[in-house]
Ligand binder design. Structure first.
Ligand code: FES
Ligand code: FES
Length: 159
């Protein structure tokens, strides 16, 4: 199947098999390995990407479902000059990862949250992020990183 879609702001077309998942096409065909795959059954959130701004589990989302849509992966967050997205920087500043395997999915879910609700409360962050599992950091620094990014982004908006 020929898949045409927008990927990280640019038009793309790629051949894929009908049964291929979006995660497989991103990682195996397009070499975008930032999107991780762990459980493969839509439980852990490691594979989260945004489709038309909505977080989806790319491990179970068929690639052809993305036709005509806009897909954003972790690779699409930094600016063209290499400046990290405030969420990426906040995860570094708050030491919000150890192995880092969950981190791209965490950041993509957090981006969807902040796009929808730029200044979430701590409870709102915890509730929104409950589909993303981390096996090593613990969740306190992850929540702190999202709060930090929210503060940075709201200051940038006011400038
Ligand atoms: S790998 Fe997709 S939700 Fe776990
Ligand atoms: S940092 Fe290792 S799973 Fe989250």
């Amino acid at each position: 199947m020929n898949l045409r879609f927008t990927l990280n702001g640019k038009p793309w077309q790629v051949d894929c098999e009908p049964q291929e998942t979006l995660a497989e096409v991103l990682r195996n065909t397009l070499n975008l390995n930032g999107t991780k795959v762990s459980c493969e059954v839509q439980v852990c959130g490691a594979c989260t990407v945004l489709v038309d701004g909505v977080p989806v589990s790319a491990c179970t989302y068929l690639a052809y479902e993305a036709r005509g849509k806009s897909v954003t992966t972790i690779e699409g967050l930094e600016k063209p000059d290499g400046t990290l997205h405030p969420l990426q920087q906040a995860f570094i500043d708050e030491f919000a990862f150890q192995c880092g395997y969950c981190t791209p999915g965490m950041i993509m879910s957090a981006k969807a949250l902040l796009d929808e609700n730029p200044q979430p409360t701590r409870d709102e962050i915890i509730h929104y992020m409950d589909g993303n599992i981390c096996r090593c950091t613990g969740y306190v620094p992850i929540v702190a990183a999202i709060q930090r990014a929210s503060e940075v982004m709201s200051k940038e908006t006011k400038k």
